[in-house]
Design a protein around this ligand. Structure first.
Ligand SMILES: Cc1ncc(C[n+]2csc(CCOP(=O)(O)OP(=O)(O)O)c2C)c(N)n1
Ligand SMILES: [Mg+2]
Length: 561
């Protein structure tokens, strides 16, 4: 068909824009509301992963955004498709990840009658998405889709929701394609960097904390070089551990939930804190307790890609509106002081981290998750991708796994359960050659466990380790702290997860003793198909450092005083 004289349908124009902007893969659950797009997929060079639930599909797109820094793409149908997908949109929002959710919409002529599955997407996603819009005219698809890519990736990245009226997608119009988008860099100024150098020269105990998005492998390498030249201890914020090589002599540790008390003390004692890319939100700031608000109580440098975040909670001495990628490059121009006063302290900080993470702590029960983690960190290559959702089981990942490379960690900083399985599917879809291992609790897994079928359908050899303690452990832990002995709605009876895996067409094994794990893991790897390893852990093993019984006892004692 001659595009110029006969035009293309909205569905075709839209798909062509995706290809122009570099999209090679989309995740979807189909719907009759966007059949014209599905039809355009049919004869274009675009890989499509069809999923089982829109929450999973949206999380997969979000994970692509996390891994690549470019918007992950998800298509869902109107109404229930969109509301199901909202869990992934919320993750993209809180985790500052570029993604674009395309949603079907009723025909333009039926709008505002509350037609079948009609929703006002701008109202529904207004406070979750970075931008929500609807395309009224097929001729404007190139303009609006281009803007969606720029909006999702620039400043603080986030999710964009684009609604697509059904009849707009079948309309044929003649319109030129947009040019490929290029993410907009946000550079620090020369004066910013000069002021930073002065603050570093005046410092006695500086600490740098890395987090957020808009990183790259070269940015991480540049920050490592800076850390070496300045001998600065560098820690990572909640679930951003992959931003700094854990084996690097300047690595001071993971500053997420339940961090090493010595790291906490070190950050508290720092006279200069350099936040790079992170909002230093509730989890990493230990419930906003590490800095005064708004006056931090120490010299604060805050580097962030979006100006709206600078001065929002903390009043920085030096605010630098820059993306971590650009800031890291500019760090190369800074000169360290001749005499680095804190050098020895940095070695101590790394030794503290190693001591905290080296050896698995003893736990009640026959399966020690810490030992599993230390086995995997020796066994897996540096480019293995580790995924998880939310739950206490993730504490062992954060403490004992050693992330060495950028884009090897897929975990929700917003604490959304169910993230690990879709994230693993997405990671393995992008790269079949890297090992992808997902940790999920018995609660977490069944939030999106149907996407195991997606892994089987596309023959993705992800390995899922289901940590089964028979409960929503995190909630039980909080109950024992706040309402000791009063268990309410936190216990679970789960299926045989190994049999579940086999029923779906994958590999499954059950592990009841720690020493069964290595052979089971190797068998899963050899199987070369999606696998679930069902780890039966003791409910008492609630964190690497304490038990439920100890928490309950302490809570009773506190109450009796
Ligand atoms: C979508 C979602 N729903 C509910 C919660 C609240 N929540 C946080 S952790 C948790 C329990 C997790 O249970 P499980 O996956 O079994 O891990 P465990 O804590 O037992 O190790 C719950 C219900 C959440 N974070 N996300
Ligand atoms: Mg559990």
């Amino acid at each position: 068909m001659d595009v110029r004289t006969n035009g293309r349908t909205g569905g075709e124009i839209l798909t062509d824009q995706l290809l122009i902007h570099g999209v090679r893969h989309v995740f979807c659950v189909p719907g009759e509301s966007y059949l014209a797009v599905l039809d355009a997929f049919h004869d274009r060079d675009l890989a499509v992963t069809v999923c089982r639930q829109e929450g999973g599909a949206a999380m997969m797109a979000e994970a692509v955004g996390k891994l690549t820094g470019r918007p992950g793409i998800c298509f869902v149908t109107r109404g229930p498709g969109a509301t199901n997908a909202s869990s992934g949109v919320h993750i993209a929002r809180q985790d500052s990840t570029p993604m674009i959710l395309f949603v079907g919409q009723v025909a333009r002529s039926m709008r505002n009658r509350e037609a079948f599955q009609e929703l006002d997407y701008q109202a529904v996603f207004g406070s979750v998405a970075k931008w929500a819009t609807e395309i009224d005219d097929a001729a404007r698809i190139p303009e609006i889709v281009s803007r969606a890519f720029y909006t999702a990736t620039s400043g603080r990245p986030g999710p964009v929701v684009v609604a697509l009226p059904e009849d707009m997608l079948t309309e044929a119009v003649v319109v030129a394609d947009a040019a490929p988008f290029a993410p907009v860099e946000t550079w620090p100024g020369l004066t910013d960097m000069t002021r930073l150098q002065k603050l570093l020269w005046a410092a006695r105990q500086p600490v740098a904390l890395l987090g957020g998005s808009r990183w790259s492998a070269s940015a991480c390498a540049a920050v490592m070089r800076f850390a070496e030249r300045f001998a600065v201890p560098v820690a990572t914020t909640f679930r951003r551990t992959h931003l700094f090589d854990a084996q690097h002599p300047c690595y001071a540790g993971d500053f997420g939930i339940g961090p090493n008390p010595r790291l906490r003390a070190r950050i508290a004692a720092a006279d200069l804190l350099i936040l790079v890319g992170t909002r230093f939100g509730e989890m990493s700031s230990q419930g906003y307790s590490m800095l005064g608000i708004p006056n931090p109580g120490k010299t604060l440098v805050h580097v962030y890609p979006g100006p709206e975040e600078l001065g929002r909670v903390y009043h920085p001495d030096l605010a630098i509106n820059a993306a971590p990628t650009a800031f890291a490059a500019a760090l190369e121009g800074l000169q360290p002081p001749q005499n680095i006063r804190w050098r020895e302290q940095t070695a101590v900080a790394h030794a503290d981290y190693i001591a905290w993470s080296q050896v698995a702590t003893p736990l009640p029960g026959a399966v020690n998750l810490g030992v599993v983690m230390t086995f995997l960190r020796e066994r897996l290559p540096a480019d293995a991708v580790i995924c998880n959702g939310a739950g206490n089981y993730s504490a062992w990942v954060h403490r004992f796994y050693r992330f060495r490379r950028f884009a090897t960690q897929l975990a929700p900083t917003c604490g959304s359960m169910g993230y690990g399985v879709p994230a693993a599917v997405a990671a393995q879809t992008l790269d079949r050659s890297r090992p992808v291992v997902c940790f999920a609790g018995d609660g977490c897994f069944l939030m999106t466990g149907q996407e195991f079928a997606t892994a089987v359908q596309y023959n993705l050899p992800i390995i899922i380790i289901v940590v089964d303690n028979g409960m929503y452990g995190t909630i039980r832990m909080h109950q024992e702290r706040e309402y000791p002995g009063r268990i309410s709605a936190s216990m679970l009876k789960s299926p045989d997860f190994a049999a579940y895996a086999r029923a779906f067409g994958g590999f499954g094994a059950t592990i009841e003793q720690t020493d069964e794990f290595p052979a089971a893991f190797e068998a899963a790897q050899r199987a070369g198909q999606p696998a679930i390893l069902h780890l039966k852990v003791d409910a008492e093993a609630i964190t690497p450092g304490t038990t439920l019984a100890a928490i309950r006892k302490a809570a009773f004692e506190q109450k009796s005083h």
